[in-house]
Design a protein around this ligand. Structure first.
Ligand SMILES: [Fe+2]
Ligand SMILES: [Fe+2]
Length: 181
C-alpha cells in the first residue's frame, strides 16, 4: 500500500487561492526557491558563455575551411541558446529574475571562454566544457532531489543534450589527423 497521502481537493483549492500572484509556485513547492533561482542563474551564465564560445569557434573554423566541424559548433551554439531560454523561463516561473547582465557572467558561470589556437584545441576545449557542464548539472539534480520536479526535468533534458554534445565532439576529435594531436 502506498504511504503518500493525497490532499483533499477542497484543501488544495484553498491553498491555490492563497497567493495567486505567485503563479506556478504553490504551497506544495518544497525546494529553497532562492537557492534554486541562484543555481539556475549560474547555469544560465554558463550556457551564455557556451553560446559565445561555440559561436566564436564556428567563425574561426569556417575561416579555416573546416566546414563539418564549423557546422557542429554552430548547431551546438544554437542549442546552448535554447538552454539559456529554458532556464530563463523557469527562473521567471519561480518568481526570480534571469540575470543576463554581461558583468559577472564569468563569475556566475562555471564555464570558461578560452582562446583556442587550432581546430584540435577548439574541439578539445569545448569537450572539456561540456564535461564540466555534465558534472555540474548532475550535482544540481542531486541538490534539488525530489523537491522541484519541474526544474529537475528541465535539467535532465539539458543534461541529455550536453552528453550528446560531448559524444559528438569526442567523435570529431578522434576523426582528426594525427598531427593535430
Ligand atoms: Fe547547454
Ligand atoms: Fe552543450
Amino acid at each position: 500500500m502506498m504511504s503518500t497521502l493525497i490532499t483533499d481537493h477542497k484543501l488544495l483549492r484553498q491553498h491555490a487561492r492563497k497567493h495567486v500572484e505567485a503563479g506556478a509556485v504553490t504551497q506544495g513547492y518544497q525546494a529553497g526557491r532562492s537557492d534554486v533561482v541562484r543555481m539556475l542563474n549560474a547555469a544560465l551564465a554558463s550556457e551564455l558563455i557556451c553560446v559565445l564560445r561555440y559561436r566564436s569557434h564556428y567563425f574561426i573554423a569556417k575561416g579555416i575551411h573546416a566546414c563539418t566541424v564549423a557546422a557542429e559548433f554552430l548547431e551546438h551554439s544554437n542549442e546552448e541558446l535554447q538552454h539559456v531560454d529554458w532556464l530563463a523561463e523557469r527562473i521567471v516561473q519561480l518568481g526570480g529574475e534571469p540575470d543576463f547582465s554581461p558583468q559577472g557572467v564569468i563569475e556566475r558561470g562555471q564555464s570558461v571562454f578560452g582562446i583556442a589556437v587550432n581546430l584540435y584545441e577548439m574541439i578539445k576545449e569545448n569537450l572539456v566544457e561540456e564535461r564540466v557542464a555534465i558534472d555540474h548539472y548532475k550535482e544540481l539534480l542531486l541538490f534539488i532531489g525530489d523537491d522541484d520536479p519541474t526544474s529537475s526535468a528541465l535539467i535532465q533534458n539539458i543534461l541529455q543534450t550536453e552528453e550528446q554534445h560531448a559524444n559528438e565532439l569526442a567523435s570529431l576529435l578522434w576523426g582528426l589527423p594525427e598531427q593535430h594531436n
